[in-house]
Design a protein around this ligand. Structure first.
Ligand SMILES: [Ca+2]
Length: 153
């Protein structure tokens, strides 16, 4: 698989003066970032157990030719059965754009996209819900790369 994508761990705690949550069971399908605003994305009903047989899709867009920085604050999905999947661009139906899936309890997950848009989808199967995820999204530019350290997980 050709990863046009880098995985980084930010060396300092991400801070922002302002943020807000994407509301609703699945939230807004399209999420737009800007320099002054980061957004918190959660699984349905977080931190309560997410619903079974559920699918949510999002497209996250950075403005002004910037990139997307994603930082996982909390994450617990039923390992091997429920997944959060990410890919480049806006079309989740194009399997060639898929980058990877998270499941279970990944630790210290952060990355910066290589494109101005990424798609994400959350899919749960028919049983075994967990508390889900809480992810912080912000935009960044190439100049921030020096602040990151490569981290494999
Ligand atoms: Ca499940």
């Amino acid at each position: 698989m050709g990863f046009g994508f880098a995985i980084f761990l930010k060396t300092n705690i991400f801070q922002s003066t302002f943020s807000y949550n994407i509301s609703g069971e699945c939230g807004a399908r399209n999420i737009y970032l800007n320099d002054d605003l980061n957004k918190n994305l959660t699984s349905p009903r977080f931190p309560n157990i997410y619903p079974d047989d559920f699918l949510c899709e999002w497209v996250v867009n950075a403005m002004d030719e910037q990139l997307i920085y994603l930082h996982v604050i909390d994450f617990e999905l039923e390992a091997g059965y429920d997944f959060l999947t990410l890919g480049n661009g806006k079309d989740s139906t194009n399997s060639s754009t898929r980058l990877f899936s998270f499941t279970g309890n990944p630790k210290a997950v952060s990355f910066t996209s290589s494109m101005a848009s990424i798609w994400m989808n959350f899919a749960s199967d028919r049983s075994g819900g967990r508390r889900g995820f809480y992810i912080q999204l912000s935009q960044t530019d190439m100049g921030d790369y020096g602040k990151y350290t490569l981290r494999l997980f």
